[in-house]
Design a protein around this ligand. Structure first.
Ligand SMILES: [Zn+2]
Length: 237
């Protein structure tokens, strides 16, 4: 009762706003207004048996399911939202977007047997500089809606590789070989693992993460969920 009263009071004093456009929203909107929900370029990949994200890993690092919530395009508004939670300290945006994505995956019924979510880790040096791992907040929001747990410590980055964004494709592949390793293999044994990242650009980083996990834990199954995906993902083979 007291908690509910406090909740109502805090909404009155600190009204919730849409994380994307700043409009006021009710609690039921989970932080994103109707207009923004309608506006975002969703992929709807999580509803499809075969889709470009899943196909991206076919024959390289096989996965059970693969999807992305929206298209990450040129100079778009949604791209700047990703920048805000990635570089601008606004980690709570990642958690809110994660809740939305997690609810969509749950509704699809295609991710029902996922046991655990593993966010793509940052190197400790980058983590110290940024103060948080945006993918871990995404994972937390998704896990909350999907009713599963997050395993933060199982996968780690062995090197602090520079940003992949400005590299050419060939360089990216050379730069990331054996980038990840698994620390507590027993925690992932026989599980269906959902690997979560913010943006899927070439799929190279994700491929290394899948390889590290399936090498260390041969009896697990892996699925992939990126918040955003570039439209060129299908063109790179
Ligand atoms: Zn909005």
């Amino acid at each position: 009762m007291l908690r509910r009263m406090f909740g109502a009071l805090s909404t009155l004093l600190f009204p919730r706003r849409c994380i994307a456009c700043g409009e006021y929203v009710t609690e039921a909107m989970h932080g994103i207004c109707m207009r923004c929900r309608y506006d975002i370029p969703l992929t709807n990949y999580w509803l499809e048996e075969d889709n470009p994200v899943k196909e991206r890993f076919a024959g390289i690092a096989p996965i059970v399911e693969g999807s992305a919530l929206f298209f990450y395009s040129g100079h778009g508004f949604w791209r700047s939202l990703v920048h805000r939670f990635k570089y601008g300290g606004r980690w709570h945006i990642a958690r809110t977007m994660g809740r939305w994505y997690g609810a969509e995956l749950k509704c699809s019924g295609r991710y029902d047997d996922v046991d655990v979510i593993v966010p793509i880790p940052l190197h400790p040096v980058k983590m110290l500089k940024r103060g948080y791992n945006q993918s871990a907040y995404l994972a937390e929001g998704m896990a909350e809606m999907m009713g599963v747990s997050v395993e933060r410590g199982a996968l780690y980055r062995r090197r602090n590789n520079p940003s992949q964004a400005r590299r050419h494709t060939a360089e990216r592949w050379q730069n990331i070989e054996n980038l990840f390793a698994v620390r507590h293999a027993e925690r992932l044994r026989a599980k269906h693992i959902l690997l979560v990242d913010d943006v899927l650009t070439t799929g190279a980083t994700m491929t290394e993460a899948i390889r590290a996990i399936t090498d260390a834990v041969p009896d697990c199954r892996v699925s992939v969920a990126a918040l955003a995906v570039t439209r060129r993902i299908t063109a790179i083979r």
